[in-house]
Write a protein that binds this ligand. Sequence first.
Ligand SMILES: O=C(O)c1ccccc1NCC(=O)[C@H](O)[C@H](O)COP(=O)(O)O
Length: 267
Amino acid sequence: MGTVLDEIVAGVREDLALRQASVPEADLRAALADAPAPRDPMPHFRGAGSSVIAEVKRKSPSKGELADIPDPAALATEYAAGGAAAISVLTEQRRFGGSLDDLRAVRAAVEVPVLRKDFIVTEYQLLEARAAGADLALLMASCLPDDRLDRLHDLARELGLTVLLEVHDEAETERAIEIGAELIGVNARNLKTLEVDAGTFGRLAPLVPAARVLVAESGITGQADVQRFVDEGARAVLVGEALVRDGAPRDAVAAMTGLQRRSGEQR
Ligand SMILES: O=C(O)c1ccccc1NCC(=O)[C@H](O)[C@H](O)COP(=O)(O)O
């Protein structure tokens, strides 16, 4: 039997085949001419104190329904007002309830860079991301064999997308370093078992050269968690559930933003 991740990716591929049948790749490439210019999130992540990538997330395989989000643009506007450095939009439909329409709506509403958070396994999905106005795209080492990760990483950069390259163990971290990823996300959630281990970041961060920007992802519930990851070397945190469940998302983002490392050199 396959893992949850295998099942998600299989669904993603089925939905993708339908979209590819209705919008040929050539049309998508032509649409890129009309896409807004990509915005660079790196200066913000390299600034002083913690940055927050605030996520629009309706539901998840690990938790089921999280929040009713009828207007993702309104939520993103609150996040941006709280000081979010970027907005992550989960565009996977079956298990997370998202869409590229969510991403387009968010992109039109905020000035901060927008991340397409999905299970990207083909070139076509990167073209879709850019055509919809994404500034960043997630690539997950756990979903992609070496040669495919290399190709997608190269194409993303050609398209002007900043890649958030997600890792969960030592081998994936080595690959991310080798490939030259500037922005490396350490996901505390094991996507095969869905277990969250907050110790993952502290174990992997020392393997990563200081010039790369580290993002701590998943299971972050508030300021204390952010402070812990900042102390361990994170420049940014990616937060979904805690923000979508919070009645005051603007304040919640503000509380997680700008925290300084309490000891040691800033990465
Ligand atoms: O969130 C899940 O249950 C999940 C399951 C399988 C694959 C991916 C999954 N989540 C994607 C993410 O990486 C998170 O949405 C993101 O890191 C935010 O996590 P959280 O703050 O814990 O909502």
